[in-house]
Design a protein around this ligand. Structure first.
Ligand SMILES: NC(=O)N[C@@H](O)C(=O)O
Length: 171
């Protein structure tokens, strides 16, 4: 899988539509205005945005698993000086669970972290696996569907500050 693929990939902006075959993009600061179609909660004191994503648990019945909460404090990744590219050397996947990364930064950062993904079965005309790259802002969380190949999290924010991600995964 991914042997010696040297293709340079231009990252695209992550949106729920552009990312949907790999998982979900959940923007966490778009405080919606109340409309007649809003779903309210908490005795009308909250507007609920429903079903923005799913955390699937594909462990078989006799495999004990739990939905665990971790924090990944991600340091920034080295980017090449000339074209600010990132050399992805590792891809991983979680066959039995979605994985959610919810970033916490001190302020809004555009193009904050890089997500590199691939479907197990998608190859191009040369038989190479199709790999796509997505740029996420700091107000967006990423949900990887179970079985999606992805690079370990890439914090690429210019300030080089660590980003703490709350991570949810069944394991
Ligand atoms: N995605 C990422 O950064 N790492 C996780 O997949 C992990 O479980 O290490």
């Amino acid at each position: 899988m991914f042997k010696n693929q040297k293709k340079k990939i231009i990252a695209q902006k992550a949106t729920p539509e552009s990312f949907k075959k790999y998982g979900f993009v959940i923007k966490t600061n778009n405080i919606v205005q109340e409309t007649d179609k809003s779903v309210t909660a908490n005795q009308g004191t909250a507007i609920k945005q429903e079903h923005l994503g799913v955390i699937s648990n594909n462990f078989i019945a006799d495999q004990e698993s739990s939905l665990n909460i971790h924090i990944f404090n991600c340091k920034t990744r080295e980017l090449s000086n000339n074209d600010k590219s990132f050399h992805c050397k590792i891809m991983e996947k979680h066959p039995f669970s979605s994985q959610v990364f919810i970033p916490k930064t001190n302020k809004y950062v555009e193009n904050c972290y890089l997500v590199i993904v691939s479907l197990e079965e998608e190859t191009d005309e040369n038989g190479e696996h199709v790999v796509e790259a997505f740029m996420f802002d700091s107000d967006s969380s990423v949900v990887y569907k179970a079985g999606i190949w992805h690079s370990p999290m890439c914090n690429v924010q210019p300030s080089k500050e660590v980003i703490s991600f709350i991570v949810l995964i069944n394991e």
